[in-house]
Design a protein around this ligand. Structure first.
Ligand code: NDP
Ligand code: 8X3
Length: 230
């Protein structure tokens, strides 16, 4: 194997926030990036900015078939994935459990849990074949610390945390690392999505706080991905 070949990171949810900043940083560092998300126009724009080392793939991560098709059809120069960054995710609503919208709950479970396991289950065998890989999952402080209205969102992130630990148990001795990265409040499109486009309400969330920036998370992800194997 030629270790001088660029490494490849597969990022879910690269159209915004953490995922987009991560794609830019890894590109800057000479990695190949597979950038994914539902908004094809944003992906094309980002791919143009990143150049030939990036591959845009538009699909809904909660659609199992789409995930499998996207991975199956990876061109040969992009199918040796060193890092899977399971980042796509969202919170919808902040209502208490007695008033929350069940469709919102479904969508959070479908994206944050099912999307993450689909990408993991589909890409993991490629990593096993290659004898190396690192899965970096985006959990959240919300998976450990409850807050009013966090109900299902926090529950999905608790899943991410425990699933990551159990993955580690399955992968002992196989050369694959697993990390659950669990940030606190960071300013991205997260709150605009949570409040369904209400930018004013979203901006209140970050008032009077020194929030984490997407670039801070990208740097953390890069650091995690580049630790020596020992
Ligand atoms: P953004 O809303 O800025 O980005 C979310 C990304 O997820 C977008 O690229 C979006 O792409 C993608 N996404 C959402 N649903 C789907 C789907 N069904 N299929 C494919 N892609 C999807 O939020 P953040 O960058 O803040 O969030 C990234 C991750 O970090 C999430 O998992 C979030 O829970 C987590 N997190 C966020 C924190 C914060 O305070 N911001 C703190 C801790 C964790 P598109 O819409 O184009 O599909
Ligand atoms: C996002 C952070 O605190 O808004 O995961 O839930 S928080």
């Amino acid at each position: 194997m030629n270790s001088n070949l660029p490494k490849t990171i597969f990022i879910t949810g690269a159209t915004s926030g953490f995922g987009k900043a991560t794609a830019k940083l890894f590109n800057e560092k000479g990695w190949q990036t597979i950038i994914t998300g539902r908004r094809a126009d944003r992906l094309e724009e980002l791919a143009e900015e990143l150049g030939q080392n990036s591959l845009p793939l538009s699909f809904d991560v909660s659609d199992r078939q789409s995930v499998q098709t996207a991975v199956k059809n990876l061109p040969p120069n992009f199918n040796k994935i060193s890092v899977l960054c399971n980042n796509a995710g969202l919170a919808l609503g902040l209502e208490g459990a007695d008033n929350a919208n069940l469709d919102d709950w479904d969508q959070m479970i479908d994206t944050n849990i099912k999307g993450l396991i689909y990408a993991t289950r589909t890409i993991l065998p490629l990593m096993i074949d290659n004898g190396e890989g690192h899965i970096i999952n985006l959990g959240s402080v919300a998976g450990s610390y409850p807050y009013p209205g966090g109900n299902v969102y926090g529950g999905t992130k608790a899943f991410v945390s425990q699933f990551s630990l159990n993955l580690r148990a399955d992968l002992v001795g196989k050369g694959i690392n697993v990390t659950s990265l669990e940030p606190g409040l960071a300013e991205t499109e997260f709150s605009i999505v949570r409040f369904k486009g209400d930018r004013e309400k979203a901006s209140q969330v970050y008032k009077n706080t020194k929030v984490i920036k997407p670039e801070d998370i990208a740097e953390t992800i890069f650091w995690i991905a580049t630790r020596p194997k020992n």
